[in-house]
Write a protein that binds this ligand. Structure first.
Ligand code: ATP
Ligand code: MG
Length: 505
């Protein structure tokens, strides 16, 4: 049996040959037949550039349909797709090229000179360019070479991609994902979220991350559905497209922006069947406000680069605000006590571990880190703290690394943040632990106020006094204009910890 994921996609693409795969707002339109042909041409170009089975193809380009066709071309020939955040600068790219040793680096046309220099320095043998308008040297070449119609025969553990983690808690790690990892998750998600060929996904996420690349595109390819490719989230564009779409996948900031907009109504969302959220926590307030304004309960799910998706709220059945739902079919979870190492009781918080066909096979060239986090019995230590309630819904409480231990007591930042956020004047907050001479760590709140609102430290601590034990109350409150976030909208608490490191010293 050939485990090449492209084999599965190709069958669907042939079946849906004349149907639409991707469109853009500029009116570019690709059928599945186009996708089959162009991915074969691109596969020919890759081969011509010296890319062989198992070789890495590093790709740092702006979002375009061709970038997805390039991903398909890599799958087809069994090379390893390695997408990079377009925000990465020269030094970061140097690290990735050195680390991954790709056979080819595909860059934006305007950065070709820099890319050539970096490639020369890191020993990467080839560079090609890819623009957003069907342009660049790679597309050019693809039109002149013999297309590669063949689909590489691959085994169960052959890599489809190396995907670097978001780097929220430290340096990004390269997660090695196999064809089987991606195939199993796409199939599961297609089923549990009821995707069919009739769906039209509004795609406004970046495609260098698991959410926009694998969750979105693989599910669409599996089901033979179509997607509208938008360069970024733009509320005006989203509102004009909602009446033509069926599903939106977003990070929580999409939804916080939509609920603040008076154009959000039951009418404008009437054509949509599903709104999905993930990559960071969606607050209950946003979930509830969205439901009140549209009648749609946002479906929140939980996953990560290393595993794709693990846990999801149900399609049919209650989608509960503030929870990520139940383990997906085929995924096992367990929640482990930080101290004793045994499973916690229902309702108690511990470190979440997951196991399933979706779980990666290790970190690229980090055997020790792999051994620490990927256990012999197949469970992966997610690094997230979670609790399972009496109804079986999983609550993600935060990251283990963000847990504050003050005077020997565990303080879960989310619990404190939720109460601070109840204050009318507060836009959002982040609770962190900072080195403290007596307590080990001092609970500290960093607060963003709503525009033209005022509230002081005493009022915030006063509000918490009735609600939280003394050891959970912040020793100090800082006010900032905004919280530091990465491209996926994740709050970077390590930045805050650095910034306020000397508070108690
Ligand atoms: P790094 O591992 O490099 O520090 P990262 O963990 O942010 O970065 P990703 O793999 O992109 O990199 O993100 C996965 C993480 O995102 C999860 O471990 C979890 O902390 C968070 N996450 C994803 N979905 C949700 C969700 N629905 N609710 C809460 N957190 C979520
Ligand atoms: Mg992570």
């Amino acid at each position: 049996m050939n485990h090449n994921l492209f084999e599965t996609f190709a069958a669907k693409m042939r079946e849906r040959a004349d149907a639409n795969f991707i469109t853009t707002r500029e009116g570019r339109y690709y059928t599945y037949k186009d996708a089959l042909r162009i991915s074969a041409e691109l596969a020919g170009a890759l081969t011509d550039l010296g890319v062989t089975q198992g070789a890495r193809v590093a790709v740092q380009v702006d979002k375009s349909p061709e970038a997805i066709l390039l991903y398909l071309a890599c799958l087809r020939i069994g090379s390893v797709y390695l997408p990079l955040n377009t925000g990465y600068t020269g030094d970061e790219i140097r690290y990735f090229l050195n680390d991954a040793e790709p056979a080819l680096f595909v860059c934006q046309p305007k950065l070709e000179d820099e890319a050539q220099a970096l490639a020369a320095e890191t020993g990467c043998p080839a560079v090609a360019t890819l623009g957003t308008a069907d342009d660049g040297s790679l597309m050019e070449k693809s039109r002149h070479v013999t297309p590669c119609e063949e689909i590489a025969t691959l085994g169960e553990n052959d890599l489809a991609a190396i995907l670097y983690t978001s780097g929220t808690t430290g340096r990004s790690k390269g997660a090695m994902l196999t064809h089987s990892n991606l195939a199993s998750n796409a199939e599961t998600l297609m089923k549990v979220w009821h995707f069919s060929a009739n769906d039209r996904l509004i795609h406004a996420l970046p495609i260098f991350h698991t959410h926009g690349l694998f969750v979105a595109c693989n599910v669409i390819l599996m089901s033979g559905a179509s997607m509208l490719f938008l360069p970024r989230f733009d509320a005006d564009v989203i509102f004009s497209e909602l009446p033509k779409g069926s599903v939106l996948m977003g990070v929580p900031t999409f939804y916080t922006r939509l609920v603040q907009d008076e154009r959000l109504t039951p009418e404008v969302t009437a054509h949509m069947r599903l709104f999905i959220s993930g990559s960071a926590p969606l607050t209950s307030e946003t979930h509830e406000a969205f439901a009140a304004k549209t009648g749609h309960a946002i479906l929140e799910r939980y996953g990560m680069t290393e595993t794709n998706m693990n846990i999801s709220n149900p399609y049919q059945g209650e989608r509960r605000a503030g929870t990520v739902g139940m383990p997906l079919p085929g995924v096992d979870i367990r929640i482990i006590d930080r101290e004793s190492g045994t499973e916690v009781a229902e309702g108690d918080i511990g470190i979440l571990q997951v196991r399933g066909p979706n779980v990666f096979i290790g970190y690229w060239r980090m055997p020790e880190k792999t051994r620490e986090e990927l256990l012999d019995d197949g469970f992966f230590i997610t690094g997230d703290l979670a609790m399972r309630d009496a109804q079986g819904y999983v609550h993600i409480v935060g990251r283990d690394k963000d847990l504050v231990i003050s005077g020997g007591y565990n303080v879960y930042p989310k619990e404190v943040e939720q109460i601070i956020d109840e204050l009318e004047q507060v836009e959002e907050s982040a609770v962190i632990g900072l080195p403290h001479p007596d307590l080990g760590e001092g609970v500290t709140a960093v607060v963003v106020l709503k525009q033209d609102s005022h509230v002081d430290e005493a009022a915030i601590i006063g509000h918490l006094q009735q609600r939280l034990a003394k050891y959970k109350q912040p020793k100090q409150v800082f006010f900032v204009e905004e919280l530091p976030r990465n491209t996926m909208g994740k709050v970077q608490k390590n930045e805050l910890r650095k910034r306020f490191a000397d508070t108690y010293r």
